[in-house]
Write a protein that binds this ligand. Structure first.
Ligand code: FAD
Length: 377
């Protein structure tokens, strides 16, 4: 059986669903396919910090999970065992919040609630992708049936790629151990980014709790994953300090961390967006925010110029600054802060102090975290 569609999106994660809904809002149909059953996303343990800019885009497709989102009003940035700290406050930007923390599953649920009719084939297996001059033929099996879908544009939104010669990988030798904990006193809508030689520790307000991203070298992550709750809380407390007391840890999960950058975003009638185009370190919470902007900009260009090669080339050109700038920013933060080199500690401390006492410098960084490339120049 061969069917024809204008746009086929592989990957119904938050980025693929956003693209589908943004296209639909402009009257353009697309077909989404995913190898997971849809309810599997409910098992994803991640919490995502979304920028205020991300909220504005998701609201336009009625997919902002209002009740599941916890606002971040201030962000405290510091380094363990060194001086200097920066405080970023929403009041400086006349915004209700600098950003929001949402569980991946709630975000995915809010997007999925807007999918209609035959928009999604889940639990599929892609068995072949054959590019031709003006289309791509995608063979897949679904519910025991073999199908071939001929599409004018194939969008890859499959998330973090496995080994692929087109993707440059730079391993951080760090793993993120994530879980939720309850702080005493309450978090007062403050997020913390605390840099330590092992890697950054982030605390993100989520409901009454904190979502923790505890970054460590792999062997230490093994040890932390194996700890009982009491020992784990003590290790976390040592990394963070004593300003708050942590209790009631939830289940832990871990993610290996690497920077993965795809060389080319467009090949013939195929385009790559979201994590499959670039996977970043979670420090400063840029990954989904960037993928969301990929999806949004691709939808805007396709709706304005139609589904053709020129649109894809224009997409690749417009995304360059945002993706390379965000990747460079997160990569430099991780590499500059994840060490115990005395002189660098001093420079970092001075940098944090300078950001704190020099509002224009602080606003420069904050605006790029809130708006991405829209904040340039
Ligand atoms: C610990 C951690 C913390 C993070 N924190 C933040 C944060 O605070 N803020 C932020 O913005 N980002 C954060 N991120 C990054 C964020 O999770 C990702 O950028 C985001 O999930 C990417 O969405 P996506 O839709 O591109 O990919 P995914 O969410 O991975 O979805 C991809 C989808 O494609 C499907 N798929 C894959 N292969 C196939 C195939 N062959 N056929 C069919 N379907 C396929 C999968 O089943 C899945 O449904 C964090 C990441 C980690 C690991």
């Amino acid at each position: 059986m061969t069917e024809s569609v204008d746009i086929l999106i592989i990957g119904a994660g938050p980025v693929g669903m956003t693209l589908h809904l943004a296209l639909a809002a402009g009257g353009q149909k697309s077909l989404l396919v995913d190898r997971r059953p849809q309810q599997a996303q409910q098992g994803d343990p991640r919490a995502l910090a979304l920028s205020h800019g991300a909220r504005e885009l998701l609201e336009q497709i009625n997919s902002w999970p209002t009740r599941a989102a916890t606002p971040i009003e201030t962000i405290h940035v510091s380094q363990k065992g060194g001086f200097g700290r920066t405080l970023i406050d929403r009041a400086d930007y006349a915004l209700p919040a600098l950003g929001y923390v949402v569980r991946y599953r709630d975000l995915a649920g809010a997007l999925a609630a807007n999918l209609t009719g035959n928009a999604l084939l889940d639990d599929i297996e892609i068995t072949g992708i054959t590019p031709a001059d003006d289309h791509v033929a995608v063979a897949l099996s679904h519910a025991g049936q073999q199908r071939t879908i001929r599409t004018r544009l194939l969008v890859h939104a499959e998330g973090t790629p496995d080994d692929d010669p087109d993707v440059k990988v730079s391993d951080y030798d760090q793993h993120a151990v994530i879980c939720e904990i309850t702080p005493t006193p309450g978090h007062n809508k403050r997020a913390w980014e605390r840099f330590a030689p092992d890697g950054p520790l982030a605390l993100l307000p989520l409901g009454n709790d904190y979502s923790v991203v505890f970054t460590l070298p792999p062997a230490k992550a093994d040890a932390v994953m194996a700890m009982d709750d009491e020992t784990f809380l003590a290790a976390l407390q040592t990394q963070f300090g004593q300003r708050m007391i942590f209790g009631r840890p939830g289940p832990r999960s871990r993610f290996p961390l690497a920077l993965r950058m795809r060389d080319t975003l467009v090949k013939g009638s195929e385009v790559w967006i979201g994590n499959t185009a670039q996977t970043l370190h979670p420090v400063s919470g840029q990954g989904f925010n960037l993928g969301l902007r990929d999806a949004w900009q691709l939808a805007e260009i396709l709706l304005e110029n139609g589904v053709d090669c020129n649109s894809l080339n224009s997409y690749a050109a417009t995304r360059r600054l945002d993706r390379e700038g965000s990747a460079f920013f997160t990569d430099q933060i991780v590499r500059t802060f994840s060490n115990d080199f005395g002189p660098l500690k001093l420079v970092r401390g001075l940098g944090l102090l300078a950001l704190d006492v020099c509002p224009p410098a602080r606003h420069f960084v904050a605006r790029r975290m809130i708006w991405g490339a829209r904040a340039w120049p």
